[in-house]
Design a protein around this ligand. Sequence first.
Ligand SMILES: Nc1ncnc2c1ncn2[C@@H]1O[C@H](COP(=O)(O)OP(=O)(O)OP(=O)(O)O)[C@@H](O)[C@H]1O
Length: 312
Amino acid sequence: MIRVEGLTKVFRRPRTFSGPFGALRTLVTRQYEERTAVDDVSFAIDEGEVVGYLGPNGAGKSTTIKILTGILTPTAGTVRVNGMVPWRDRSANARRVGVVFGQRSQLWWDLPLIESLRLVGSLYDVPAARFDASLRKLRDLLGLDEFLDTPVRQLSLGQRMRGDLAAAVLYEPPLLYLDEPTVGLDVLAKEAVREFIVETNRTGRTTVILTTHDLADVEALCKRIILIDHGKVLFDGAIDALVDQPRRLVVLLESAPEEVRGVSRDDEGRHVFDIHGDLPALIAAISAEHTIRDLSIEEPDLESVIKGIYAR
Ligand SMILES: Nc1ncnc2c1ncn2[C@@H]1O[C@H](COP(=O)(O)OP(=O)(O)OP(=O)(O)O)[C@@H](O)[C@H]1O
């Protein structure tokens, strides 16, 4: 469904100068600086997958999504989405994808939600009968009835997000891009959004690409993640494989030696051991040679595993 090879995007922007006459100097010198936002990224996503596209701020996530939706043209590389080149076949591509940006709404601010949805229906040429059936299903799934006639600007964030999700799937696109769909929502609203995504993927075999900083979203929704930083792919694979790691014993020793039983001291002065067999025996062996000031056991969780990958 999605094939990305060697995708690179370099932004070129005027070099700015500060200080007195800085603005004038910026104008006159016309020097440019380049920033590589996406750097030789390749991946393939199949129909029906839900993939987390993750990375710290500025990693290149939004730039990738903008290229996949046809908003931006890449500097190098090839992309096929549903067999199309998104930035060349922009309008055909748009009909086959739904997009939700958590930070800003795609709905018409002054119109009641129902009118916004009708407009989406007519923009995407959804036949009346299909529109009615789709709306009926979405009213039910997303609980839209209580605010269908309310102007979008008066909706709470959670209601607005449900409206945005409805607009994105109303024309039943086979592919959905969700950019921070639970940002700012309370626990219940987050849960409702996640359930909706699961349901949409399950019933329509909709492929979902999700960018989020909320790892609970990822754990609830994704079997696979692609992790990027500084525009490069650091990891692409199953979450299960990632968190299927041994528990770890973290010890703080009185003397803080450089190395204990083949394990080096980390930046915080701790020694971290993978627990493979007999934990009491491991603790006894360490305390036979050193005085233990503190110890704890860490279960592998997605957050610490991801932090470990960034730190490599
Ligand atoms: N239009 C632009 N012009 C110049 N530089 C840009 C532009 N858009 C993004 N960048 C730069 O490209 C890099 C990647 O940005 P991008 O928005 O893709 O990151 P992101 O992973 O989506 O981050 P966040 O989690 O903060 O949304 C950043 O260094 C950013 O400053």
